[in-house]
Ligand binder design. Structure first.
Ligand code: ATP
Length: 528
């Protein structure tokens, strides 16, 4: 569909009861918590879109505005045959409107009519949902609100995943906390308010969707919501006998209560029920075939100035692929914490840390094993000759890592890097200590200071936000600058998880992660 620029239409002259920009308003297609969705028919061309209309008055609320912002940022970036396309963003006096690809129906309406689907049809739909979810995860986005109403379909059962308003960008090692989604779809870790991995939560959502398609009912159903939630947390449900053995097995693996034991998306795609007869062509080909050039839709803004609201230049028509940058979302992160001198001089005694490193499980190996079959709990060796575990991290640029290790430590034999991973490893640096997170962080700061780090200024009230303690440090070396962000997540009285991220700056971008790893290694050697 070609969407032209509509700058000639003046929003002040538009009758919002009949037109939004160039779109004549048609029937209501659906309604959600945030938006009313109406059919839009182009005044000149007759083309149809779905107009997702959100009242500007509601967008005064910052968190709702962030939902819309996220949805625009994600949809304009994504190009996938099973993800809804965004064509245009409009702002008129009463509404902010997303002009979206028009779809004939949604999965909820289909199930309301047929009660349940036969396995052949369910598989066709499920394969497309999983393909869309996998694409999201590969692009560091978790959907977090997979439900029947958000699975849109054409008459020929082409699926498009929609409603990314609760989605979130995920960063390696970052746990999400917001409790979102719908109760019947909520994963145990979300219900229990634990830090969770957005990918695992989406897999749980896929499990609920498959169960619904095959049975017409929710797996966790009860008279009260609290009973529903309690059943989900305990994993109490039955699969009716008409559901095939393979489908039952896949559902059970997706609805596994412990997230780390839950099936991974790559495993779902290898599962016998999923493969079934024949995969759609775009699922059997390599994922890098996305986006295909002919599928790309530019997103335009009306009036053009509102592009600024969404982080784009008003003049440009926005091409999806190039314009989403994560940092603009990072702006909503809490302020940084940095210690004061008196904090640092106060005697935070050495902490009895027990450190471990683990990597996200590979799709075809048990969660507590790394690709070499050894335990993923890796002690941080201090003085012994350097061992490299970095080769299993795809982002570590294995060849540069090998060169670095060879040059620095004269080590030539490295584990061979992983090939053909379906889901990249994510690394988590875990720290267990019975000390309070604040004391842990102070100890970190002391060690970082001894390593020559400087800190960003902070205000006391920003010290702790949402059970998350954060410090930002900067290291200057002769020819590079490394910014390190340390976050301590409290997971209870005995467990804290530390997440370490690094970045460069414009003048000194990080093309090689080795200097950063080196800084992190020195840091660990100091604190242990
Ligand atoms: N592109 C579309 N084509 C046809 N119908 C659509 C389209 N997008 C949304 N709808 C209908 O409108 C309903 C609400 O849309 P959507 O889920 O995007 O709104 P929302 O307010 O963000 O929802 P939520 O309550 O989940 O936050 C959908 O369930 C669907 O029935």
């Amino acid at each position: 569909m070609q969407i032209t620029a509509f700058s000639s239409v003046d929003s002040r002259n538009v009758d919002e009861s009949q037109f939004i920009g160039p779109w004549k308003l048609g029937r209501t297609l659906g309604e959600g918590n945030l938006a009313k969705v109406k059919l839009g028919i182009h005044a000149e061309t007759g083309e149809r879109v779905a107009l997702k209309m959100i009242r500007n008055a509601e967008l005064e609320d910052e968190s709702l505005w962030n939902h819309v912002l996220r949805e625009v940022m994600i949809l304009r970036k994504f190009q996938h045959p099973n993800i809804l396309s965004l064509y245009q963003v409009l702002r008129v006096p009463k509404y902010t409107v997303l002009a979206l690809e028009y779809m004939d129906t949604d999965l909820h309406s289909i199930l309301a009519k047929c009660k349940r689907l036969d396995e052949f049809v369910a598989r066709k739909i499920f394969q497309q949902i999983v393909s869309a979810v996998e694409y999201c995860h590969q692009n560091n986005v978790s959907h977090r609100d997979l439900k029947l109403e958000n699975i849109l379909l054409t008459k020929d059962f082409t699926v498009k995943l929609s409603d990314f308003s609760l989605s979130n960008f995920m960063y390696d090692g970052t746990f999400l906390r917001t409790s979102c989604g719908t109760p019947h779809y909520a994963a145990p870790e979300v219900i229990q308010g634990r830090y969770y991995d957005g990918c695992d939560v989406d897999i749980w959502g896929c499990g609920i969707l498959l169960y619904l398609m095959l049975t017409g009912e929710f797996p966790f159903e009860d008279v009260t919501i609290s009973n529903v939630l309690s059943r989900a947390c305990k994993g109490i449900y039955t699969v009716p006998s008409h559901v095939s053995t393979n489908a039952t097995d896949l559902i059970r693996r997706m609805l596994t209560v412990i997230p780390t034991s839950r099936i991974k998306i790559g495993e779902i795609m290898c599962h016998p029920w999923f493969i079934g007869d024949r995969l759609p062509s775009h699922l059997s080909s390599a994922q890098d075939s996305f986006p295909s050039p002919e599928k790309q839709h530019p997103v335009s803004y009306y009036p053009a100035e509102i592009a600024k609201l969404f982080g784009s230049s008003p003049k440009s028509t926005v091409n999806a692929q190039n314009n989403v940058s994560h940092p603009s979302l990072e702006g909503s992160y809490p302020q940084f914490y940095a210690p004061t001198n008196s904090d640092l001089s106060s005697s935070a005694e050495a902490l009895p840390f027990h450190c471990f490193v683990w990597a996200g499980s590979s799709p075809c190996s048990p969660p507590n094993q790394n690709i070499n079959g050894t335990s993923t709990a890796v002690g941080i060796a201090s003085n012994s000759s350097p061992q490299s575990h970095v080769s299993i991290l795809p982002t570590s640029l294995p060849s540069e890592h090998a060169a670095y290790m060879a040059k620095t430590f004269n080590i030539h034999k490295l584990q061979s890097p992983v090939s053909s991973r379906l889901r990249p490893f994510r690394w988590h640096f875990g720290i267990q200590s019975n000390k309070a997170p604040r004391d842990i962080l102070l100890q970190f700061c002391k060690s970082l200071q001894q390593l020559g780090a400087s800190f960003r200024p902070y205000s006391t009230e920003d010290f702790l936000r949402e059970n998350k303690y954060r410090v930002d440090a900067k290291f200057n070396s002769d020819n590079f600058v490394v910014y390190l962000t340390f976050e301590v997540f409290s997971l209870g009285s005995l467990a804290n998880v530390i997440d370490i991220r690094f970045s460069g700056n414009r003048a000194s971008p990080i093309n090689n992660p080795m200097p950063c790893f080196e800084v992190v290694k020195r840091f660990f050697q100091k604190i242990i």
